[in-house]
Ligand binder design. Structure first.
Ligand code: BGC
Length: 558
């Protein structure tokens, strides 16, 4: 009987290996997984904070700036909570010097921000003219940062496409945007690249395409189920590669900088880790979130992940399409996209649990393409944002997954953060955020020290409360509070500022430092109840039970 079971186990693992390709090794459950780890980060580790143009700048129609799709979207009634807009936002167009001082006071040496494409090319094209006032603004921001010892990391596209390109081409579904994006990126390299050495081509293409072209709750507000979503991704991958090559061919040798993309991904745990179908479903979830863009760029074989290609083809044919709704790359395109990176930019916030569930839906749809059902564990603390749960160990698993599946790249965490609700008076004792950062940063340290993951940077989202897209100002992600009712938009540090400042000053959590004392005092409170994630993973519950049994037997001298 025993050998039949062993054979079955072997066959199952072989099967999942074949289906998954590079499979994630979940490892044995470690009851000390959530323990605090003391120690410092590698020398030269990058501590940063981030913002994005539309979320902070304001000045939406000032000094020659063109309209963006987010200007149009937020001015359309019913699109953003309470009708909030980014017209003024944090007014960083006027207050950037003050922002730089906030960073300096925290000891930050890096800052990630984005350029507004229509502030530079008002109608989106080089031929349509350059807005010199916009160029001046970014020159001033960059110079102010450098004068204060802060290195700029610049995102070229954080969602505010020139409206003119939306009107003329229908946005990212149209290949014409590849050349226009390349022109814009090349102009930015030419103009700012003497001082900017870190470039991010796109922030979160998943969010751009799923929220903007599938579900429509972000600009440009298209509900294009299961079709335009993949077209959008296709164009963005080509545009990214084209910009990377432009830098590589023309600027790299002179400017010596680095160019990559930032992908968003939550961690996904299988509902039942003993069930191969759930394990494959959890991996499929990661493929649809991250592999969609990471596989073409970060693997040597390139192209979309087999898991996506197969399932979308099957679904498309069953729905009566002649070919897959996932567009195909030519061999030349695959080759020109593969390897277009200098680091792996990662935005990570939350985790989920996936279960295999075949969908029989006849309507093409990005979600039903995935054949899975997602849930969360009841004990995971939830932020003000409906999708955001604190699961610190999730970031460690994800980092290890990236190391294993994408050629052990240098990983730059370009966003990680926590939201609380808008409140009057505002919440300055932001314990939830402090605990979130404490837990997540500590897990990043474990990923480096224990798993050998090559993490080079950690970036807190965000420097200050800002325009949280469709939620307007109702959700607050800032280390600093901003009073949006005051025309001066005053900024006030929250409690988490002092925590992050200490982490930066100590390069982590060395024994004897204030930050370690703070962790020691707050660790249990932060963990908020029973440690772990037992409800979600039966196997681990089993192991836990077994370890209790063994200790009980030990104590009872059995
Ligand atoms: C985006 C930010 C956003 C944050 C919180 C990220 O996906 O890049 O712009 O504010 O998440 O929702």
């Amino acid at each position: 009987m025993m050998w039949v079971t062993l054979l079955a186990l072997f066959a199952t693992s072989l099967l999942s290996e074949m289906v998954l390709g590079a499979q994630y090794d979940y490892g044995a459950y470690d009851p000390r997984r959530d323990d605090f780890r003391k120690g410092t980060f590698p020398d030269g580790f990058i501590w940063s904070t981030a913002t994005a143009s539309y979320q902070i700048e304001g000045a939406w129609n000032v000094d020659g700036k063109g309209e963006s799709i987010w200007d149009r979207f937020s001015h359309t009634p019913g699109k953003v909570d309470r009708g909030d807009t980014g017209d003024v936002a944090c007014d960083s167009y006027n207050k950037y010097r003050e922002d730089v001082q906030l960073m300096k006071a925290m000891g930050l040496k890096y800052y990630r921000f984005s350029l507004s494409w229509p502030r530079i090319f008002p109608v989106g094209t080089r031929a349509g003219g350059v807005n010199q006032a916009g160029v001046d603004y970014y020159n001033n921001v960059i110079d102010e940062l450098l004068a204060n010892g802060i290195t700029p990391m610049v995102t070229l596209y954080h969602w505010d496409l020139p409206q003119a390109l939306q009107d003329r081409y229908g946005g990212w579904v149209n290949e014409a945007l590849v050349q226009h994006y390349r022109d814009y990126a090349t102009f930015a390299f030419q103009t700012f690249g003497d001082r900017v050495k870190y470039w991010i081509t796109f922030n979160e293409p998943w969010a751009v395409c799923v929220a903007g072209y599938e579900m429509g709750f972000h600009a440009p507000g298209i509900q294009g189920s299961g079709n335009s979503t993949y077209l959008c991704g296709h164009t963005i991958l080509k545009a990214h590669a084209s910009a990377w090559h432009s830098y590589d061919q023309t600027f790299r040798s002179v400017q010596g900088g680095q160019v990559s993309i930032t992908l968003s991904c939550g961690w996904t745990e299988p509902f039942d880790p003993d069930l191969p179908a759930d394990v494959i479903a959890a991996d499929r979830d990661l493929q649809f979130q991250m592999g969609w863009f990471a596989h073409p760029i970060y693997t040597s074989q390139g192209d979309y992940p087999p898991a996506m290609k197969d399932i979308i083809l099957q679904k498309s044919l069953a729905q009566g399409f002649q070919e897959s709704r996932l567009p195909q790359f030519t061999a030349a395109e695959i080759a020109s996209i593969s390897g277009t990176y200098d680091f792996f930019g990662l935005n990570h916030y939350s985790s989920g649990i996936a279960m295999d569930k075949v969908s029989t839906g006849q309507d093409p749809n990005f979600w039903t393409d995935q054949d899975l059902e997602s849930t969360v564990a009841p004990e995971w603390p939830q932020a003000a944002s409906s999708w955001l749960y604190s699961v610190p160990w999730g970031i460690r698993r994800l980092l290890r997954y990236i190391k294993q599946n994408y050629n052990d790249p240098e990983i730059y965490i370009t966003e990680n953060g926590w939201s609380e609700e808008e409140a009057d008076p505002p919440i300055l004792e932001d314990t939830g955020r402090l605990c979130f950062y404490m837990g997540y940063i500590n897990e990043v340290l474990k990923a480096i020290d224990l798993d050998g993951v090559n993490v080079r940077a950690y970036t807190a989202w965000s420097l200050m409360d800002n325009f949280e897209w469709a939620e307007g100002y109702t959700e607050r992600f800032g280390l600093h509070s901003v009073d949006f009712t005051d025309p001066n938009r005053p900024r006030t540090p929250k409690q988490s500022v002092s925590f992050y400042k200490d982490v930066i000053a100590n390069n982590g959590f060395p024994e004897g430092a204030d930050v370690t004392t703070m962790v020691r005092n707050m660790w249990e409170e932060c963990r908020g109840g029973p440690a772990g994630w037992a409800a979600a993973t039966r196997a681990n519950v089993g192991l836990l039970a077994l370890s209790f049994l063994v200790s009980a037997m030990y104590f009872l001298n059995m």
